[in-house]
Ligand binder design. Structure first.
Ligand SMILES: Cc1cc2nc3c(=O)[nH]c(=O)nc-3n(C[C@H](O)[C@H](O)[C@H](O)COP(=O)(O)O)c2cc1C
Length: 196
């Protein structure tokens, strides 16, 4: 059974990015019959602490019970990512980039030895096999690709670093603009016509 993993970063009840992601997931379910959907609300994620970092860099077999507990949530997020047939990340643009809670998710899934490894001869190897990933973004006015857009580069770079290259952006760019309804309708239309 396909797992559709939804990483949801907007805390707002009327969130445009969440609503668009839900529409996209319904669309994906039509091509992945019986798919299971798992939602990770990034608001629930912790910041990485010093003790967590030490636990991350301690080999699993020599971790203390306390350290194993500290890595458990991150391990589970990584396992979800490996298991997912498709990933949907929905996010608002906040102050030119992603909300801190979505950065926490990145900090918890970019894991040495699990999702990437350093090569003895230098450089790194990504460890997650590529899979289709959609980023559904809502911005008040800044278009993706504009000089003020630090949202798409950070997601593209972090996902690419761990091996996820097939990233497609769907954006409602201008939800605070006079033509917001048109902007949102455009994003909905893009989802409708997407070859899932
Ligand atoms: C704290 C905060 C910061 C924001 N910063 C930006 C910004 O830098 N650029 C922008 O275009 N819109 C910005 N906005 C507007 C949001 O991106 C816009 O309202 C978007 O629709 C929010 O996504 P959501 O509807 O999924 O919550 C900001 C909104 C908030 C609440």
């Amino acid at each position: 059974m396909t797992l559709i993993l939804h990483i949801k970063a907007s805390p707002r009840k009327e969130s445009v990015s969440t609503q668009l992601a839900e529409q996209l997931i319904e669309k994906l379910k039509t091509t992945h019959a019986g798919a299971q959907v798992k939602v990770i609300d990034t608001e629930t994620l912790p910041y990485v602490t010093e003790d967590m970092i030490n636990a991350f860099y301690t080999p699993a077999e020599t971790r203390t019970a306390e350290q194993s507990k500290l890595v458990a949530q991150s391990d589970a997020l990584v396992a979800d990512l490996f298991a997912a047939g498709a990933v949907v990340i929905s996010t608002p643009m906040w102050n030119f980039t992603i909300p801190a809670s979505l950065k926490s998710w990145i900090d918890l899934i970019v894991r040495v030895g699990l999702t990437f490894k350093f090569n003895p001869e230098g450089g790194f190897t990504s460890l997650i096999p590529d899979r289709k990933t959609y980023v559904v973004a809502a911005t008040g006015g800044v278009p993706l690709g504009a000089p003020y857009d630090l949202l798409s580069p950070v997601l593209k770079t972090a996902l690419g670093f761990v091996g996820i290259q097939s990233v497609e952006f769907i954006a409602a760019e201008g939800t605070n603009m006079p033509n917001a309804a048109e902007v949102i309708a455009g994003a909905k239309k893009k989802i409708e016509t997407l070859a899932a």
